[in-house]
Design a protein around this ligand. Structure first.
Ligand code: PRT
Ligand code: ZN
Length: 214
């Protein structure tokens, strides 16, 4: 029996729809019920695992899944040694520093000694270190934009796409420190010839779909 390549995809969120769309456009048939967390395609040796995006890098590292689709931001934040197989180009966003409208911002150095709320402490720490700025981090896993208003941070570092969330919370974007798109990740060595060849076949199709979209 032919082996299956297992792909981890975000169950529900900003990456889900486009991740599945790319694979559907490859002519691969699947998708019965959104409550099913693991399913096989009917016409290609691939199996889907629907999980939270945060868990995808670890699952791929541990071999629970063979490949996965995540935001580059998530991949870099977790700093797990995996390979980026493709930049898929969607879910474009930026990681930015934002401050309350009445904060006089003169550059990264004015964040010295300040409290910055973020869900991306690893990426932010790298940028601050490069710029020789020391700040304290307030680590939150969501609703980062509310933290200055409730007095627990002086500035934030969060993902932005349209900027509407910042504006609605009285914040102003002052620095873009990182840009992200969805990427397909895998282990540096697949460690299985059959799975490697399925991945090759899948990537031929995905590349054709991406060429057709451009
Ligand atoms: O439940 P699960 O853990 O799977 O999902 P999640 O809530 O962690 O992630 P989700 O679905 O919100 O985002 C998944 C990925 O989409 C992120 O890791 C990014 O790579 C990408 N992405 C693209 C974004 C955005 N755009 C985005 N705008 N992720 C989050 N946002 C948030 C941002 O945090 C902020 O709160 O949207 C708000 C800002 O949006 P604008 O348009 O008002 O600027
Ligand atoms: Zn998440």
């Amino acid at each position: 029996m032919e082996k299956m390549l297992r792909i981890a995809v975000q169950k529900s969120g900003r990456l889900s729809e486009k991740s599945l769309e790319i694979i559907k456009n490859c002519g691969i048939k699947f998708g019965s019920d959104s409550r099913v967390l693991k399913e096989q395609a009917s016409n290609f040796p691939i199996e889907f695992l629907y999980v939270r995006d945060d868990d995808i890098p670890t699952y791929v590292r541990d071999g629970v899944a063979d490949i996965g689709i995540v935001g580059r931001n998530e991949y870099d934040e977790q700093a797990i040694d995996l390979a980026i197989i493709r930049d898929l180009g969607f879910a474009k966003c930026r990681l930015s520093i934002a401050v309350p409208n009445d904060f006089t911002y003169t550059g990264l150095s004015c964040l010295q000694g300040k409290r910055i709320a973020t869900s991306y402490p690893h990426i932010l720490a790298g940028v601050l270190k490069e710029n020789k700025v020391t700040a304290s981090f307030v680590q939150v896993s969501g609703s980062v934009e509310v933290t200055p208003a409730v007095g627990i941070s002086d500035a934030i570092c969060d993902l932005v796409s349209t900027g509407a969330t910042l504006a609605m919370n009285g914040l102003r974007e002052v620095e873009t420190i990182y840009t992200s798109t969805a990427v397909m990740i895998g282990r540096n060595e697949m460690g299985d010839d059959q799975k490697s060849s399925i991945l090759k076949r899948l990537m031929l199709r995905i590349d054709a779909v991406m060429r057709a979209n451009n």
